[in-house]
Design a binder for this molecule. Structure first.
Ligand code: BDR
Ligand code: CA
Length: 313
């Protein structure tokens, strides 16, 4: 049974991913670490604690992550128009009783990866700052960690915060570049994958009627997320970004991937752009590319199966 740490900025799709994880018998969630992204870090921590209380899983530790980016000169911008200003669909949730542990997210990641060497999968559902800090603070981290599954990037498709960039990468592109070039076993699940995984209005209707553990709660959260997708994409469905990455970690057969180098543009109008370079197919002798370790980039997904698993769990 896989040990999983979820690094998260809850976030409506983060909330779904966390609940799906807690309902997945194949894995054990050994901690949540928090990061800015959809909301600032303090609110991410509050939301993570709140979700664990809803789930009756206050035994799972929450470690608070960085409040600042590694990339210099990036102004943090929350995504209230996507997830609600509180990150969880403006439900007026009451403050959680629990508190984060003393360790920072990076310290917790380093400690757990070394304790269970090669056996911890980190599922990164927000900007990659905490993971990059762990890589910088501990030269062994990239070897000790089992796999890092990243929800991030837009590989050969447009982004969602600019034509170039996906949100999690855009919000700390230097951190993302550090993670992708670290030599760790990284699997990137980008928008080219998650834009195929759509939860429809009729799924939401099923959730609203279901007596499943998290169904009604999630059906309410989803209102704001549906409104955003209707405005932004003119659809009556929502993309399940974070649950797709989580399920790819739980069940690798849901996706196929290619291997190659990924680099991230850190400045300018293409800031946050993720470029995939398949070393086997082309002969480009630029060491900033050919000299870097390969990562895995998801190229296909069994979208109906992902939706089925999310609904079932
Ligand atoms: C990512 O950005 C956030 O809004 C979502 O939670 C997801 O992690 C999608 O680009
Ligand atoms: Ca997220």
């Amino acid at each position: 049974i896989k040990k999983i740490i979820i690094d998260t900025d809850p976030g409506i799709d983060d909330a779904i991913a966390i609940f799906v994880a807690l309902q997945s018998p194949e894995i054990e969630v050994i901690g949540l670490t928090t990061i800015f992204g959809n909301v600032h870090t303090t609110l991410s921590t509050r939301n993570a604690l709140h979700l664990l209380e809803i789930a009756g899983r206050t035994d799972i530790p929450v470690a608070e992550g960085s409040h600042v980016t590694i990339t210099e000169g990036v102004k943090l911008q929350s995504s209230g128009y996507v997830h609600g200003t509180d990150g969880l669909g403006n439900q007026n949730i009451s403050p959680p009783k629990g508190k984060p542990i003393e360790q920072t997210a990076a310290e917790f990641l380093i400690q757990q990866a070394s304790l269970y060497s090669g056996k911890v999968t980190v599922v990164a559902l927000g900007p990659l700052t905490n993971i990059a800090l762990a890589i910088q603070l501990d030269p062994e981290f990239f070897k000790n960690v089992g796999q890092i599954v990243v929800l991030g990037g837009a590989f050969a498709v447009n982004g969602n915060v600019s034509p170039a960039a996906e949100a999690n990468i855009f919000k700390d592109p230097t951190a993302a570049d550090i993670v992708f070039t670290s030599g760790a076993d990284v699997l990137a699940v980008g928008l080219n994958i998650t834009h195929q995984v759509v939860l429809t209005d009729s799924h939401r209707g099923e959730l609203a009627k279901s007596n499943g553990k998290f169904a009604k709660y999630l059906s309410k959260l989803l209102d704001v997320y549906f409104d955003y997708h209707h405005t932004a994409y003119n659809t009556r469905g929502v993309f399940l970004h974070d649950p797709t990455a989580l399920l790819a970690a739980v069940n690798p057969s849901l996706i196929t991937y290619s291997e190659g180098v990924v680099r991230v543009q850190t400045v300018g109008i293409t800031k946050g752009l993720t470029i995939f370079y398949n070393k086997q197919k082309r002969a480009v002798e630029v060491t900033e590319w050919s000299g870097k370790p390969s990562v895995k980039v998801a190229v296909t997904v069994d979208a109906p199966k992902v939706i089925e698993l999310v609904m079932a769990r």
